[in-house]
Design a protein around this ligand. Sequence first.
Ligand SMILES: Nc1ncnc2c1ncn2[C@@H]1O[C@H](COP(=O)(O)OP(=O)(O)OP(=O)(O)O)[C@@H](O)[C@H]1O
Ligand SMILES: O=P(O)(O)OC[C@H]1O[C@](O)(CO)[C@@H](O)[C@@H]1O
Ligand SMILES: [Mg+2]
Length: 357
Amino acid sequence: MRKRIGILTSGGDCPGLNCVIRAVVSHATLTYDWEVLGIPYATQGLRERQAIALNMHGWDLRGIDPLLNMGGTILGTINKGDTLAHIDEMLASYEALALDALIVIGGDGSLGILHELANRGNWNLVAIPKTIDNDVALTERAVGFDTAVNTIVDALNRLTFTAASHDRVMIVEVMGRSAGHLALHAGIAGGADVILIPELSYTISRLCQHIAELRDRWQRKFAIVVVAEGAKLCLEDVQENIASACAPPKCGRGQYIADQIAQCSQNLIDTRVSVLGHIQRGGIPSALDRLTATVFGKTAVDLVAQGKFGQMVGWQNGEAIPVPIQDVVAQSPLHVNPQGSLVQSARCLGIYVGEKT
Ligand SMILES: Nc1ncnc2c1ncn2[C@@H]1O[C@H](COP(=O)(O)OP(=O)(O)OP(=O)(O)O)[C@@H](O)[C@H]1O
Ligand SMILES: O=P(O)(O)OC[C@H]1O[C@](O)(CO)[C@@H](O)[C@@H]1O
Ligand SMILES: [Mg+2]
């Protein structure tokens, strides 16, 4: 019998989601002649029993396929809501839509929620990792991360010249509440002098010392500081700074660090803060994200064809392979390894990445 599969995107949007949808729809229809239903707004669409028929090639009048390079998700997404309160409606929807399988594209948070739903409803679930945070376990790639890194690197390139022209310390706040992959990758690739991430706490005195050293020892009058939104102070500094007018969450991490740096020395240090915010989630997907999205989408459809459910498509050692969603959820969010090559390389290049653990 002709299969009917559902597909949804959940969690924060990112570049490359449409490219996954394109690959799934193309492979499912061309190779297997299945019907593909898009569930809008993730769990909300499931709850409201909404579905849109997706056909091959969302071509415009000139025959261009916009899904290859369009940011965001044509299905819409959500990253909040009390799913447990509406669990029965969602379970009933899967049955009512007569789905043979559901392909979900999500980050660690979404995969946890959908895995739970699938267990309770006995759904045939296949997952694809996406997130600019890159914190999904058991995969070396997640759709959207590469584009976000490139977006930040582009911003750092621009900020370096204006920082150098004015002898300023530029503080650049990037996303990453609990994992610092984005800050670390972009910071190294973008030539940052300081990278502060949730996994490695920093001290104000070492931060100030590093900025002073750049100036006094290396005659560098400007500096680039990349701060993840979840960067953490060392415990002793937390106690001292708790009463500070601008301690997080009263202010963002970037502004807080700018204030601390400005007070570092008698010499006036001129600071400016750029919060990149949701710019990091926008833009057209990079070539790498398009490739990852395409292979992930194709592999997910094959897993459905083979009846291999409860699996996420992961990227390991240059190949797309199935990994149990249960293990992914148990091991996520994936944190930066403080002893890993990236942190060690950053340190050897004279970047302050927080204290050694
Ligand atoms: N579809 C959803 N429905 C309800 N709550 C959600 C949904 N997606 C995410 N959340 C909430 O957001 C929390 C964190 O998820 P998060 O925002 O990290 O999404 P994600 O899927 O991991 O994607 P990303 O990290 O890329 O945004 C979850 O633990 C959950 O509380
Ligand atoms: O503003 P929103 O959409 O709730 O999401 C913000 C969060 O989502 C993420 O971008 C991941 O997509 C986090 O790094 C960030 O903290
Ligand atoms: Mg997440």
